[in-house]
Design a protein around this ligand. Structure first.
Ligand code: ADP
Length: 396
């Protein structure tokens, strides 16, 4: 069986084609700058080489058609006929309270995704465009929606509610939803497989730290808390997002800087975090280089980043009344031994014991705590696309 996985953003489409028997990626790449005159498709060939195809793509259907054309291309393609694609799985950002698992896309499901647009105004419309583009380009092929929010729908009400007037929840469904659910679900399940332990008996904290980042408390296989909230801006310090912030500071800043809501949103989503504090970059590698060159603000930004992760892991250990496993994943979690080590050192009170040598690794499944450490700490590379493909296979 062959499954195409699509992650449609407002101006981009990332894709991977999976051969499900072997779980191998047959093709991958992405379209960027949809709607701009210099839009292009970048195809990553199996030998690592990248092929850039420049083409004006005013909207998503044209981008998806170009992706499909390259899949069957005589030179850089990997299949003979588009009929070989059995199904398409879509990453959908917000499923609100309607979806607690992946679903086959029907006209009703599309309507419900549309109803969640208020909650994810940038993402859900793009996800719907992708679904509709496939209806046009691959008519009749089953499609599945895999929601970023679904895994966290098991949170208890006292964890997902904000202490605001209850009517706001009733009127607008204002609550914590959480994101990165597909990644937290994948790594929390995978770490149990990797360690050979029963997922139904584990207290796990997953730290998905990349450019965006969130922690989740996973108790006996279910998410019981997560650090992102109604929107992805809450929680950890991220590349450009502020994370937790005093609400009083929000109105204070808006007053002083004369910002409207859109401008304030832009400030806390795009100009804050590592970038905002350091003034250097949102990228952990640039921050590291700046620190080595003596930049004090870069150093402060990284200390704040690390401190916030420590606080969340500690809080979630308390939320579950214990912690058996800590998992690091995503760009920084998979590739930055220094940040992992600092987080682990800050958690020694929980019985976390760092194995310096084992931790000196990038992007491979590995235990990085010492034998006998009360908490087993693992690096598990995330694979959201494989998870989407697997859900799609299961549903069709
Ligand atoms: P996104 O949230 O956009 O998916 P990623 O998970 O790709 O983000 O993470 C991007 C972050 O990972 C960046 O801060 C980047 O610096 C960091 N990163 C990627 N590779 C490395 C590396 N080799 N060493 C340190 N940090 C890395």
């Amino acid at each position: 069986m062959k499954i195409l996985v699509l992650n449609c953003g407002s101006s981009s489409i990332k894709y991977k084609l999976f051969e499900m028997e072997s779980k191998k990626v047959m093709a991958q790449g992405g379209v960027e700058k949809i709607g701009l005159p210099d839009s292009f498709l970048l195809v990553k060939l199996p030998n690592g080489e990248k092929v850039k195809i420049e083409k004006s793509m005013p909207e998503h259907t044209i981008g998806i058609q170009l992706i499909l054309d390259t899949l069957v291309d005589a030179k850089i393609g990997c299949i003979k006929d588009l009929k070989e694609i059995n199904a398409v799985g879509h990453r959908v950002v917000h499923g609100g309270e309607k979806f607690n698992k992946s679903v086959l896309i029907t006209p009703e499901v599309k309507k419900e995704i549309e109803q969640c647009i208020d909650l994810a105004p940038l993402h859900n419309p793009a996800n719907l465009k992708g679904i509709e583009a496939i209806e046009k380009t691959l008519p009749g092929v089953p499609q599945v929606a895999v929601f970023d929010t679904a895994f966290h729908q098991t949170m208890p009400d006292y964890a997902f509610m904000y202490a605001l007037p209850y009517e706001l929840y009733e009127k607008y469904a204002i609550r914590r939803y959480g994101f990165h659910g597909t990644s937290h679900r994948y790594v929390s399940a995978r770490v149990c497989e990797f360690l050979g332990v029963d997922p139904k008996k584990q207290k796990i904290v997953t730290a998905h730290i990349g450019n965006g980042g969130s922690c989740a408390a996973v108790l006996n296989g279910k998410s019981v808390d997560t650090s992102m909230g109604l929107t992805p801006v809450e929680g950890l310090v991220m590349g450009t997002r502020a994370g937790d912030l005093d609400l009083g500071a929000a109105t204070f800043i808006m007053d002083k800087e004369h910002l409207n809501t859109a401008e304030f949103n832009n400030l806390v989503n795009k100009k804050s975090g590592l970038l905002g504090v350091s003034g250097v970059s949102s990228d952990a590698r640039d921050i590291d280089a700046a620190i080595k060159a003596g930049n004090k603000r870069a150093d402060l930004a990284r200390k704040m980043f690390i401190y916030r992760v420590i606080k969340y892991v500690g809080a979630y250990a308390a939320a579950m009344n214990g912690i058996d496993i800590l998992v690091f994943t995503a760009g920084i979690g998979e590739n930055d031994p220094f940040i992992r080590a600092e987080v682990m050192k800050g958690l020694s009170f929980l019985g976390v014991e760092l194995d310096e040598e084992a931790n000196n690794v990038r992007g491979e499944e590995r235990i990085i705590s010492k034998k006998g450490s009360k908490v087993t700490v693992c690096l598990i590379p995330t694979d959201e696309e494989l998870m989407i493909a697997s859900d799609t296979e299961a549903l069709i």
